[in-house]
Design a protein around this ligand. Structure first.
Ligand code: FPP
Length: 261
């Protein structure tokens, strides 16, 4: 536990509520892959009489907190759902603001990604995004390619069903022979090479998967946070990890003495 506290020295005051939460976390049983459905930006803005895009703007601070706390905890993979393939139905102004926020985030946070040794990868049908967004994504991915502490995946123009369609089409394009196996499908997902998804967090109290990581969610624990995404902070991530560590994971079997896979 002392080893975790050391990682948070710069950001958590001894005796604070966050320090108390941190002390409850078992560093050896951390989720290896956490994914977040960042929901509630629009409601956050509406509650304040602001345009929806202000909710997205405020959501960036929550993204920063989630990334920083995950890296300091030592979670190997964090995947954020930023734009679904269905989000194109939103007004053009909102969609364009999301792209400009993302571009600014990648530019401004590159230093942070390097500081925490975070590798960035975009996942989804990224080829269909505007060119200036693709350029920024490529640059951030390229500049962080050797980082090993954590992989930050941001899902953009993402759909869980289309991810499976893309995987099967890649397998066919390779001139597939022999049976389709789970391992073969996994090797062709956007998340290939990442650890299995352990914990899926959704904010704003909604209990839907919204077409996110449909294959990967098979054995994940789901944690619903009532707060709206712009209000999500590091302490909420710590609470989610604590809840995760209290769950009994059986993978369809019975509880083993170690409760491990
Ligand atoms: C869901 O809230 C949120 C989104 C569709 C966008 C998430 C984007 C960000 C947090 C900012 C940019 C992201 C990165 C990674 C830099 P909603 O608009 O559906 O909220 P509502 O359900 O209350 O309307």
């Amino acid at each position: 536990m002392a080893e975790l506290a050391k990682n948070f020295e710069e950001v958590i005051q001894p005796g604070s509520r966050e320090a108390e939460l941190l002390a409850q976390i078992e560093p050896r049983r951390l989720p290896r892959h956490v994914a977040i459905i960042m929901d509630g930006n629009g409601r956050w803005a509406r509650q304040r009489g602001l345009p929806r895009v202000e909710g997205h703007r405020a959501g960036i601070e929550a993204v920063r907190a989630a990334v920083e706390f995950s890296a300091r905890l030592g979670i190997p993979a964090l995947t954020l759902y930023a734009f679904s393939a269905e989000n194109w139905k939103r007004p053009a102004e909102e969609v364009n603001t999301l792209w400009s926020l993302l571009r600014r985030y990648l530019r401004n946070e590159l230093g942070t990604l390097q500081k925490y040794e975070i590798r960035f990868i975009p996942i989804g049908r990224v080829d269909d995004l505007p060119e200036n967004v693709r350029n920024e994504l490529r640059r951030a991915a390229w500049e962080t390619v050797d980082n090993r502490r954590m992989t930050l995946s941001i899902a953009l123009n993402y759909s869980g069903r289309l991810e499976l369609v893309d995987a099967f089409n890649h397998i066919l394009a390779e001139g597939a022979s022999g049976p389709i196996t789970e391992a073969r499908i996994e090797d062709h997902l956007y998340t290939a090479g990442l650890p299995d998804l352990d914990l899926l967090i959704r904010t704003s109290g909604e209990m839907r998967l919204s077409n996110f990581l449909l294959w990967q969610v098979a054995y994940a624990e789901i944690y619903v946070e009532p707060k709206l995404w712009p209000d999500f902070r590091g302490d909420n991530l710590l609470e989610a990890v604590i809840a995760f560590q209290k769950r009994e994971r059986r993978y369809g079997g019975i509880l083993s003495p170690t409760n491990a896979r």
